[in-house]
Design a protein around this ligand. Structure first.
Ligand code: ZN
Length: 344
């Protein structure tokens, strides 16, 4: 018959703990994700400030950069290494490096702390591509990143951040999440790269509150830089809208552009008819169609996709060509000097 846990003799450090992750050694709780059954060989127990233990085979610990050299002082195959770090940070670092599937399969980080009865419940067969909540996992992990980064620097685990960003990509993290991760690591080149991917309408001016808080707290100049870039683009999109629909502000005349089309086919061109003889209305429709494509792709110059949208909106070759020429000039005027990355 199974001996109740509380009646068993307390094991020495980690060695016999692993069959029951809820077993404690004094105040130490072994993390269930890192309590392998060890039969032979050297192993270490990494101990957090909040008394969570992580059992790692010595070779595994070395392979991810943990310095075990000074830990083994006697003939025993086990050793304890204390890290001045919380279990949240250590769990994030070790799981990212050794068991990333835990995060890829989970929808929440809420089980980072060892709660043996529930720890396996985070494992689901969720397909990241079909789960709209998947980015919440990325944001949850990001909240733990500042401390984990500091710990990985203190204990010289450079592989951690590389693997972490690769994990974010596998979680289909948005460019705003990737920007925040690189900002926390003060990686300006990658921040520039991802800042330019945040200029589409889906992300522009929509920095989620948790990310804003993280940036504000840990690296405010990266938040200021991104806000400044976004503001310029929001203003540019507003200017484009005004120019397309109200006042071109470039030396191109649209007055009378319907004169040929009014007479075409006797009744006027399809655009003239479909807009109830209002070329002002036609221009608005074409302008909105062009803007939708421009904002979805952060286009700065006229291109085939915008032309196609204008053609579809107007349904008249002549009208479309005149509007495309006018809008092309407006885009050069408004967008050509616009920055596409943060100014840092
Ligand atoms: Zn026409």
């Amino acid at each position: 018959m199974e001996t109740p846990a509380q009646n068993r003799p307390l094991p020495r450090v980690a060695s016999d703990l692993v069959q029951d992750p809820s077993l404690t050694l004094g105040p130490i709780v072994m993390h269930p994700w890192f309590s392998p059954i060890l039969k032979s060989g050297e192993y270490i127990t990494l101990l957090s400030t909040d008394q969570i233990g992580y059992v790692l085979i010595s070779g595994t610990a070395k392979s991810i950069g943990i310095n075990t050299r000074s830990a083994f002082k006697s003939d025993t195959p086990s050793a304890i290494i204390r890290w001045d770090a919380s279990s949240d940070s250590i769990t994030l670092i070790l799981t990212t490096l050794l068991q990333p599937h835990r995060f890829l399969q989970s929808q929440s980080h809420s089980h980072l702390r060892p709660q043996p009865s529930e720890s396996e419940s985070v494992r689901t067969d969720t397909n990241p591509n079909s789960n709209p909540k998947f980015s919440s996992t990325a944001i949850s992990l990001l909240k733990l990143l500042p401390e984990a980064l500091a710990v990985s620097q203190t204990y010289k685990i450079p592989k951690f951040f590389l693997k972490f960003t690769s994990l974010l990509l596998q979680l289909h993290a948005s460019p705003l999440i990737l920007y925040t991760a690189y900002a926390l690591a003060r990686d300006t080149p990658n921040c520039k790269r991802y800042s330019s991917e945040t200029l589409t309408e889906a992300h522009l001016g929509c920095i989620p509150k948790p990310l804003r808080r993280i940036l504000q707290t840990h690296c405010p100049r990266y938040l200021i830089a991104l806000d400044e870039l976004h503001l310029k683009w929001v203003e540019a999109y507003e200017e484009l809208q005004y120019c397309f629909t109200k006042n071109l502000k470039v030396n191109i005349k649209l007055e009378g552009y319907g004169s040929i089309c009014k007479k075409r086919f006797g009744r006027g061109c399809p655009a003239y008819i479909s807009t109830n003889h209002s070329f002002t209305r036609l221009r608005q429709i074409a302008g909105e169609a062009a803007l939708t494509v421009i904002k979805s792709n952060a286009y700065r110059f006229m291109c085939a996709e915008i032309e196609e949208a204008i053609h579809e909106a107007t349904r008249c070759e002549t009208c479309a060509h005149r509007l495309i020429n006018a809008f092309d000039a407006v885009m050069r005027h408004v967008m050509s000097d616009l920055r596409t990355t943060i100014a840092l």
